[in-house]
Design a binder for this molecule. Structure first.
Ligand code: GLU
Length: 363
C-alpha cells in the first residue's frame, strides 16, 4: 500500500509552504510539489490539490489593518486566493480548476453530491482541481476551519485512495520533537487511538490554522473511507522522490479493512448535527415519533441530528425527516391521532438508510 498502487491522490499543501514569509506567494517549496504532481499524472494517476495560503498570500496587501479582525482576514483570503491560484498555474502545462467550498456546502447532501459530480467530471477531463475553503464568505457556523479536515472531506468526496498531508515536520512523533530530542517518528499507524491523539502537541506552524491534531482528525476521516494517509514534511525535497519510489518518508496511516459505506461516512465525518433526539431504546433500525423522549435544538427537516439515550450516551447520527418544530408540536398533541396522521404522510422520523450508528472500528 503506497503511492505506487494509488490511483487517485489528494495532496494538501499548507500556507507556510506557499507564503513562508506571509508577503505573497513564493515558488521556493512549490517547485518540488508541482513536479511531484506532474510525475504522478505522467504515471497515469489522478491528482487533486487542496491548497491553503489565500490568507497568508493576501496579508501583505493589508499592511495598515488589524489582521486579527475576521473582516480583514476574509478580505485577505479573497485577495490572496487569486495570487495563490495563479502561482500554481505557472507550474503546470495542463489546465486547472478552482473550487472554493465551505462546510455549509459539504454538509448539505445535495450540494455534496453536486461537488462530487464536478470533481469527477474535472478528473475525467484531465483538469487538476485546486480546492480551498471559501474563507471570504464563510461564518463560524459554516466553516470547516482548517484545510487538513477539508482535504479529508475532499478525498472522501472524490473517492480518492490516497491522501498526502504536507506538514513542516517529518510526520507524527511519539512526543513533541521541538522539546524532546529523543522523540521517535512513527512509521505506520494502524488505529487512531486516544494514545495516538495524546502524542500531538500544539499547532506546528505560525502560518495557517492546522496543527498535528487536525492532521490526525483528517487521517481518521480518510482512513475510515479506505484512504491511505501520509503526513510528510513538505519542506524537504527528498519527500516527494521517496513517495514516488513507493517509500514512506513520514507517517503512514493505514486504511480501515472494511471502510464505512459512503452515506454512513458522510453522515459521520462530514455532516454536523444541528440538534438532538433523545430516545429510550439503545438499538433501533428506524425511529417513529413514539420512540422519541425529547428534542433538543432547532433543526429543519432533512438536517442531521445526534441520537442519544436518556443517559446521554451518543448512539448515532441520522437525518431527521421532521423539523424540531414539528416534533415539538406533535409532543403536545393527542399523540395517537396526530402521530398516526403525520407518520402516514411523512413516514418515520428517522429512516433505516439514514442512520450512522457509532461503533468500534471494524478492522
Ligand atoms: N483556507 C485558509 C487559507 O487559504 C487556510 C486554512 C488552513 O491553514 O488550514 O488561508
Amino acid at each position: 500500500m503506497s503511492i505506487e498502487t494509488s490511483q487517485r491522490i489528494v495532496i494538501k499543501i499548507g500556507s507556510a509552504l506557499i507564503a513562508p514569509e506571509q508577503d505573497g506567494c513564493r515558488s521556493r517549496y512549490l517547485l518540488n510539489i508541482a513536479q511531484f504532481i506532474v510525475q504522478c499524472r505522467a504515471k497515469g494517476k489522478e491528482v487533486l490539490l487542496v491548497s491553503s495560503g489565500a490568507v497568508a498570500a493576501g496579508s501583505h496587501l493589508f499592511k495598515n489593518k488589524d489582521k486579527s479582525s475576521v473582516a480583514v482576514k476574509k478580505a485577505m483570503a479573497a485577495a490572496g486566493q487569486t495570487e495563490m491560484i495563479s502561482t500554481w498555474e505557472r507550474f503546470f502545462d495542463f489546465p486547472s480548476a478552482q473550487l472554493l467550498l465551505t462546510h455549509g456546502d459539504l454538509r448539505d447532501r445535495d450540494r455534496y453530491n453536486s461537488i462530487r459530480e464536478t470533481l469527477f467530471t474535472l478528473l475525467e477531463q484531465g483538469i487538476l482541481p485546486i480546492i480551498n475553503e471559501n474563507d471570504a464568505v464563510t461564518t463560524d457556523d459554516l466553516k470547516v476551519g482548517d484545510n487538513d479536515n477539508l482535504s479529508a472531506m475532499v478525498a472522501a468526496a472524490a473517492d480518492a485512495d490516497c491522501l498526502i498531508i504536507c506538514s513542516d515536520v517529518n510526520g507524527l512523533y511519539d512526543k513533541d520533537p521541538n522539546k524532546n530530542p529523543d522523540a521517535r517518528l512513527l512509521d505506520t499507524v494502524g488505529e487512531l487511538t486516544p494514545e495516538i491523539y495524546a502524542m500531538t502537541g500544539g499547532p506546528t506552524s505560525s502560518v495557517g490554522t492546522g496543527g498535528m491534531r487536525t492532521k490526525l482528525q483528517a487521517a481518521e476521516k480518510a482512513t475510515s473511507h479506505g484512504i491511505v494517509t501520509y503526513i510528510v514534511n513538505g519542506f524537504n525535497e527528498d519527500t516527494f522522490s521517496e513517495l514516488l519510489n513507493g517509500a514512506n518518508p513520514g507517517t503512514r496511516f493505514l486504511p480501515y479493512d472494511t471502510p464505512m459505506q459512503e452515506a454512513v461516512h458522510w453522515m459521520t465525518h462530514t455532516a454536523s448535527e444541528q440538534g438532538e433526539l433523545i430516545v429510550e431504546a439503545n438499538e433501533f433500525d428506524e425511529l417513529s415519533c413514539d420512540d422519541i423522549v425529547a428534542v433538543n435544538g432547532d433543526f429543519s427537516a432533512g438536517e442531521t441530528v445526534l441520537v442519544r439515550n436518556e443517559d446521554g450516551q451518543r448512539l448515532a447520527k441520522a437525518n431527521s425527516n421532521y423539523s424540531s418544530c414539528l416534533l415539538n408540536f406533535i409532543a403536545q398533541q393527542d399523540k395517537d391521532i396526530v402521530t398516526e396522521k403525520v407518520q402516514d404522510s411523512i413516514g418515520p422520523v428517522i429512516s433505516q438508510n439514514d442512520i450512522a450508528v457509532f461503533e468500534e472500528r471494524n478492522s
